[in-house]
Design a protein. Structure first.
Ligand code: SF4
Length: 496
């Protein structure tokens, strides 16, 4: 009976080329590897869903996916048998050669040619895709099934859905045969080297470096980077040769001269080294004077489905489906909130219901304040073009916008704990340190909110959980606008 025990797969090969220490630990000291984060799991799940859809692009194939997790033997044998029987489409076609396995997303027989297809949920070919495809190619060739052409099938972000999904348009087939062939040089040595690494009794010592984040952020940083100062020079924007400085031992902000720091990064540097804050009250006052009551603190939440859910939308298009607005009628008056969360009842793009609610809630006069207004304004402009009868009303809203981020971008107000950032997640806890803020919420950051909103839009949330989830999402969105109100209030105090 053939021994199909494998020590190397596509993902392990990519991992090994990124870092031999990481590669060794993932095999021999698994307990040191943190559990997969929710964000990474969501990414894997999305990739899996895309893979299933990609198979429909080439329907009628045989599926060699193993029935038992990790038992690939039957898959190798089925693949071999089906190829020999002349099957023209095989999903998860599996190949084995000298302890190395490769599971190809889609195997095609086109006339006499073998076409290999790897499926990715990205919108373009990335360098590591070529690395993993070159490995797939090598194992297929070594197993006796050399591809004549190798394709990467990725998402076409120019595709606009209209009616049924058009899989030919949704996916782009990029021919990467040439690049994959170029990467064959030295591949046997690389594979043999990785096999030897695994056999080493001690884990290899590898110095930290840029490879720790390329192509993936390494989950073992908690271990290898534990003695690196925080903050360190790597986080200084526009700093020249930062890695060279880092390896020279100039790792702390204090190790650099101020003249080495670009003007825009100096507030960050001075904040860390000298604890220096910036407060330009005249600038803050001038900004506040541009605002007119009633004030509307406004924020959208979005979904960005890989596969367009609605007609007229494209892959990864950010679609606003929720908003919160806090209204402050005048000096010393408490804010009140309006909110909107699409009903997702009819499976249609919720723009019309959102537009009607928004036109009512944002009134007809007073300043609309967003935090980094580009997105909100862009979407309102889009709504105006989609619903020409409301274009004038949308244009009037656009004319009332102002941006609460401006004083922070201009460094009219800067505290060292903002760490050079003007983002609301950094500014809010800095200027309102006593507010409980996001930490008290069930949904505390935008990525989770977006994921949960998408689940609502797709109708995958169990019915008895929908109401509770909607409440959590409303609370999260409300916190964003509440944070804006609090920042504005504090700005008023320090400016006067
Ligand atoms: S953190 Fe860097 S050095 Fe450490 S295992 Fe990961 S990639 Fe290797």
């Amino acid at each position: 009976m053939t021994n199909y025990r494998h020590v190397l797969s596509k993902s392990r090969y990519v991992s090994g080329l990124q870092c031999e220490k990481k590669f060794w630990i993932e095999k021999n000291q698994k307990d040191l590897v943190p559990l997969v984060s929710a964000a990474d799991q969501a990414r894997f799940d999305a990739g899996h869903d895309i893979g299933a859809l990609a198979q429909q692009r080439f329907p009628g194939g045989k599926d060699a996916t193993p029935e038992e997790f990790y038992n690939w033997g039957p898959s190798y044998e089925k693949t071999k048998q089906w190829i020999e029987e002349g099957e023209s489409v095989i999903y998860e076609a599996a190949f084995f050669h000298e302890g190395c396995m490769a599971a190809l997303d889609i195997f095609l027989k086109v006339g006499d040619e073998i076409h290999a297809i790897e499926v990715k949920s990205s919108t373009k070919v990335k360098p590591y895709h070529l690395t993993d495809s070159s490995y797939q190619y090598h194992i297929m060739k070594s197993a006796g099934y050399e591809p004549d052409r190798f394709f990467l099938m990725h998402i076409n972000n120019q595709y606009e859905r209209n009616g049924e999904l058009d899989l030919e348009q949704l996916f782009t087939l990029s021919d990467i045969t040439e690049e994959v062939l170029e990467l064959q040089e030295g591949i046997e040595d690389r594979i043999e080297n990785l096999k030897l690494v695994l056999q080493q009794p001690e884990r290899p010592e590898v110095q930290i470096g840029q490879h720790c984040g390329d192509p993936f952020d390494c989950s073992l940083k908690y271990m290898c980077w534990k003695d690196v100062p925080n903050p360190n020079v790597l986080s200084i924007p526009y700093l020249k040769d930062k890695w060279a400085l880092f390896f020279e031992g100039k790792q702390r902000f204090e190790d650099l001269e101020e003249s080495m720091i670009s003007p825009s990064a100096r507030p960050l540097w001075r904040g860390v080294v000298h604890g220096e804050s910036i407060l330009k009250t005249e600038k803050l006052k001038a900004f506040l004077d541009t605002l007119e009551y009633p004030l509307y603190f406004f924020d959208f939440e979005t979904i960005a489905p890989v596969v367009p859910l609605y007609d007229g939308t494209r892959p990864y298009q950010a679609i606003p489906v929720q908003y919160s607005v806090q209204v402050v009628m005048g000096d010393g008056v408490d804010p009140y909130e309006y909110n909107f969360l699409a009903s997702f009842g009819n499976g249609e793009l919720p723009y019309e219901e959102l537009l009607h609610a928004m036109l009512k809630d944002l009134g007809t006069s007073g300043t609309i304040l967003a935090y980094n207004q580009g997105f909100e304004k862009g979407k309102i402009k889009l709504l105006g073009s989609l619903f020409p009868e409301h274009k004038e009303a949308c244009d009037k809203l656009l004319a009332r916008f102002n941006d609460l981020i401006i004083p922070f971008k201009q460094k009219a107000w800067y505290n060292p704990d903002m760490m050079g950032s003007a983002s609301i997640k950094q500014v809010f806890p800095s200027v309102c340190p006593d507010d409980d803020g996001y930490s008290a919420l069930d949904i505390a950051e935008g990525g989770t909110a977006s994921k949960e909103l998408l689940a609502l839009a797709q109708g995958t949330v169990p019915k008895d959980e929908v109401e509770a989830l909607r409440e959590k999402l409303l609370a999260y969105c409300e916190m964003d606008t509440w944070a804006m109100v609090r920042i504005w209030e504090e700005m008023g105090k320090v400016a006067n």
